[in-house]
Write a protein that binds this ligand. Structure first.
Ligand code: SME
Length: 148
């Protein structure tokens, strides 16, 4: 079995639209990593200080638009740093997507030094994310940056 990294690279180099590539990356991560229960991309919405939901796999969310600073995603848009939340109940600035969600990780995507979006993962398990997740997601964000 090829590594997840290799499979992501294959998807991103395939002959299809950016939208479809990102959708397939979400599906792959959702299907292959048991503690990834919602996987999606948010991107800066034009010139506005807000994020807009892109491709995702998992329960539908009300959070299509997220103002900068709001929730975990909005905080990452401002801080430019990965945010790991082991237990979402401990966070006051958090936007609930599903009651099943226990933990979340958000990793920023940079293009030419600018924070242009992020990958957001929700888990139904408390405290599931390790350095391995950060490594994998950093890799994916840098590869996604190349095709955006
Ligand atoms: N929980 C996120 C909102 C996005 S949903 O998880 C899909 C947040 O607090 O920013």
């Amino acid at each position: 079995m090829e590594s997840l990294q290799k499979r992501v690279e294959l998807i991103l180099s395939s002959e299809t639209s950016t939208e479809e590539k990102l959708q397939k990356v979400c599906q792959l991560l959702h299907d292959e990593v048991p503690h990834y229960n919602w996987v999606g991309f948010y991107f800066k919405n034009g010139d506005k200080e807000e994020l807009k939901l892109g491709p995702y796999v998992g329960a539908p969310t009300d959070h299509i638009i997220i103002p900068y600073g709001k929730g975990i995603c909005g905080q990452v848009a401002v801080s430019n740093e990965t945010f790991v939340v082991p237990d979402v109940q401990q966070e006051s600035n958090y936007l609930a997507c599903s009651l099943e969600t226990k933990a979340e990780i958000v990793v920023p995507i940079f293009k030419n030094g600018e924070n242009i979006g992020q990958i957001d993962i929700d888990s139904h398990v408390i405290d599931p994310f390790t350095e391995k997740d950060e490594e994998l997601l950093n890799f994916i964000c840098s590869k996604v940056s190349e095709i955006i």
